[in-house]
Design a protein around this ligand. Structure first.
Ligand code: ADP
Ligand code: MG
Length: 243
């Protein structure tokens, strides 16, 4: 299977605190990978290093057979290929929904406004928010905001979508609508890397589950294996606490 992103020996320190230690990991085309682990284990830092919101301290990120941490590499082009969905949505609250979904396309991808609107509408339909194109982001519920944030990321037509706890900031009654959208995306063949605490969701959608603890990948494998028959005591301990 073709690798979309391959990480080799990735490390990240903040001062003397080594938050990621020698991480080797890949995401294949069309694969849905869920990353689980306790708070503070380095999950967000891993995603943030992958999309270069943080500068890795060491290692390689291979994309299209090139190490994008190489000084000569065009990280701008690389970053447009990664869609990111944050816990806190990060929408422009005073802008309407359609504008939130076109601004990146126009600025970064240099699409014409009309084309960007067409693309945005297509993905707003996918997330069930096409009825809200003219609403201001601030008027939406948390679940609706997150669905718009997903449509915004999809509108950039990335090679891989990164999600960092997309439902953690939501009221419980809104978690389901966002997970439903993500399940549909997973079925559609989109390549997804998802940090989540939603274990039932991870079981259902993942091709592979990665368990992180204290800056290392302790184990990874198909969901049945990780959830039903974990190889490591640390994984068992974590699952006992969360399930
Ligand atoms: P997780 O997402 O698994 O909860 P994080 O990646 O957010 O974990 O954090 C891992 C560790 O790195 C934590 O100990 C956190 O305090 C530390 N950390 C994260 N970001 C920073 C930062 N910008 N500066 C200093 N320490 C950080
Ligand atoms: Mg986190």
């Amino acid at each position: 299977m073709e690798k979309v992103i391959e990480i080799q020996h990735l490390s990240k320190s903040f001062g003397t605190h080594e938050v990621l230690k020698d991480i080797d990991f890949s995401v294949h085309k069309g694969e849905v990978v869920c990353v689980i682990g306790s708070s503070g284990s380095g999950k967000s830092t891993l995603l943030r290093c992958i999309n270069l919101l943080e500068k890795p301290s060491g290692g390689q990120i291979i994309y299209n057979s090139e190490n994008i941490l190489d000084d000569r590499h065009d990280i701008h082009a690389y970053r447009t290929k990664l869609g990111m969905v944050f816990q806190q949505f990060n929408l422009f609250n005073n802008h309407d929904v359609i504008n939130n979904c076109t601004v990146g396309q126009v600025k970064v991808l240099k699409r014409r406004k009309e084309e960007a609107e067409k693309v945005a509408l297509k993905y707003l339909k996918v997330v069930g928010m096409d009825q809200y194109v003219n609403a201001k982001a601030r008027q939406l519920s948390g679940g609706q905001k997150q669905r718009v944030a997903i449509a915004r990321a999809l509108s950039m037509e990335p090679d891989v979508m990164l999600f960092d706890e997309p439902t953690s900031a939501l009221d419980p009654e809104m978690v389901g609508e966002v997970l439903k959208v993500m399940k549909d995306l997973a079925k559609s063949g989109l390549t997804m890397l998802i940090v989540t605490h939603e274990m039932e969701f991870a079981k259902e959608v993942s091709d592979r589950v990665v368990f992180m603890d204290k800056g290392v990948i302790v184990e990874e494998g198909p969901p049945e294996q990780i959830f039903n028959n974990p190889a490591h005591e640390r994984t068992r301990e974590f699952l006992k606490r969360t399930l």
